[in-house]
Design a protein around this ligand. Structure first.
Ligand SMILES: [Zn+2]
Length: 166
């Protein structure tokens, strides 16, 4: 998002030259440059034996299951986001998030950071944000998440990562 006004003091931003970026919106009162950065978001494939955690969230895709996702908050690492979102949305404890690569979603200015994560403990207790949550056999997962394009790419990578051991 390209800022026109300072989100802190409301002053109209001026352009300030930055070496690599060219002109960047700048607030001289707060001395901050507002770079045009995407919002970071995580997607997690939580793996339990030969199964992967899939959610049903009717507000995103009505006819498809999805991988768990969430926005990175201030004051946390991306790995902490992964474990926090898994706990908040499903009640499950997971560990060892391993980065699998990123995707850029232009329509929402989101950078999707994808992870494979190991299930540790807990039964699924879904949050109000979630309409369903269950562990699905990895070999069946892709057919149940047709609308979740990025999630499907992540599951394909997971299959490459651990497929040989199934
Ligand atoms: Zn300001």
């Amino acid at each position: 998002m390209k800022y026109k006004y300072c989100p802190i003091c409301g002053k109209k931003l001026e352009e300030k030259y930055s070496w690599d970026e060219g002109g960047v919106p700048y607030c001289s009162v707060d001395n901050i440059m507002f770079f045009d950065t995407p919002k970071p978001c995580i997607i997690a494939a939580v793996i339990k034996d030969d199964k992967v955690l899939l959610l049903k969230q009717n507000y995103t895709f009505k006819n498809s299951k999805v991988l768990l996702s969430g926005y990175v908050a201030n004051n946390e690492t991306v790995e902490e986001t992964v474990l926090r979102e898994i706990k908040e949305e499903t009640g499950i404890i997971a560990k060892e998030p391993k980065y699998l690569g990123s995707y850029y979603l232009a329509s929402k200015e989101i950078i999707m950071l994808t992870f494979i994560v190991k299930y540790v403990s807990g039964e699924i207790v879904k949050s109000g944000e979630v309409d369903g949550a269950e562990f699905v056999n990895l070999k069946d997962a892709l057919s149940e998440m047709k609308e979740d394009k990025i999630g499907s790419e992540v599951v394909k990578k997971v299959l490459e990562e651990i497929g040989a051991k199934l």
